[in-house]
Design a binder for this molecule. Sequence first.
Ligand code: AP5
Length: 218
Amino acid sequence: MNIVLLGPPGAGKGTQGVVLSKSYNIPHISTGDILREAVKTGTPMGKKAKTFMDKGELVPDEVVVGIVVDRLAQSDTKKGYILDGFPRTLKQAEALDAALEKIESGIDMALYFEIPENIAIERLTGRRVCKSCGANFHIKNIPTKVEGICDKCGAELFQRPDDRLETVKNRLKVYELQTRPLIDYYTKKGILKKVSGALDVKDLFKVLSQIFSDAKLA
Ligand code: AP5
């Protein structure tokens, strides 16, 4: 199954992407994670991307499309994949469809995670990430046993630079302007499913599993 996770920052796409990837044994491809890794290792692409990411703006389409097309060419995507945070503009969605058409493939379903803005803001500003293993926590919703220390590997936690309130507000604005039109794009194709991103992590996973099973995708 070839799945796109769509929705505003903080809707829970990354969290479900990880869980779904483990359960269905298909790769979770997050453009945000790939870009952050490039920033961390200081590649030329990472240095360019950082200037956009720190402001909560989108990285140029040509950069991101190239990353995804290369990643989808890897053999672990043959059984399917979960795209998280891509596409994010109409140009990206069209480029993805064109690339998939060439290999007689396509997206089976776009899952739209709907969430009220106040919950998204609360989740993002409270998120803490492990410096070493990248695990995500939340100061209230998913607290660690010891404050500031990762439960999984014991390393220190940090706040993503783009999770500060002013940048979060800009990311939500950018989402409304540039990404929301994709809801229409996938609705017209008849492959959009709306779910509540406000549900508890386990409850949302159950809803998603039921959707896949009803659609005979898994
Ligand atoms: P990216 O990393 O994709 O950020 P995002 O879409 O803004 O996604 P988030 O990770 O913030 O939100 P999410 O919906 O995944 O929620 P999560 O599960 O993490 O992109 C970062 C930047 O990279 C962009 O701003 C842009 O610059 C660039 N970029 C990336 N892709 C691009 C593209 N295609 N084109 C151009 N530029 C691109 O959860 C958030 C928090 O909530 C966590 O603390 C989590 O623990 C908590 N949480 C999650 N689910 C629940 C739940 N059900 N209940 C309670 N808490 C929950």
